[in-house]
Design a protein around this ligand. Structure first.
Ligand SMILES: Nc1ncnc2c1ncn2[C@@H]1O[C@H](COP(=O)(O)OP(=O)(O)O)[C@@H](O)[C@H]1O
Ligand SMILES: [Mg+2]
Length: 144
């Protein structure tokens, strides 16, 4: 069943991310979908800081670098596939290495290409509602 949370500010989204972090057990894949500016990176700040892998302000958008890695045990990977357009781009990311050892992997803009893993998934959809209001929906894992 989908779980819905309405957030009224970036701070509230970060707090929700910290609460989610407390429930994540590696290995796990967290997929963040939603239009630009809905708060995917903001939510990742909450998740990564909640896991104790980095401070909130150290978590920045991996739009250009594509993959950031934080922490050690477990490692937390944060990727953004927005700019990944071709299968060649996708393969050059080296995602196999990301999934080689138990970790927490957060992916913004998951693409239709299947990810090279069978890890459990948490799928999250973010939507603009108006102003600073966002709807965060936790979806059941998709069939793989
Ligand atoms: N309720 C909210 N939740 C998350 N971000 C919000 C919210 N209200 C306003 N914002 C602002 O919207 C922007 C979201 O940007 P970002 O997290 O980078 O989005 P995305 O990664 O989805 O493109 C930030 O500037 C943030 O401060
Ligand atoms: Mg982003």
């Amino acid at each position: 069943m989908a779980e819905v949370f309405i957030t009224h500010s970036a701070e509230e989204t970060i707090r929700w991310g910290r609460e989610l972090a407390a429930r994540l057990k590696p290995p796990v894949l967290v997929l963040l979908s939603g239009e630009l500016g809905t708060g995917k990176t903001t939510l990742a700040k909450g998740i990564v800081s909640g896991l104790g892998a980095a401070r909130e302000e150290e978590v920045t958008s991996p739009t250009f670098t594509l993959v950031h890695v934080y922490g050690r045990e477990p490692k937390v990977y944060h990727a953004d596939l927005y700019r990944v357009e071709s299968l060649a781009d996708y393969e050059s990311l080296g995602l196999e290495d990301v999934f080689a050892a138990s970790a927490i992997v957060i992916i913004e803009w998951p693409k239709p290409c299947p990810l090279p893993t069978t890890w459990p998934q948490v799928r999250i959809q973010l939507e603009h509602v108006g102003g600073e209001i966002r709807r965060i929906t936790t979806l059941p894992p998709s069939d793989r």
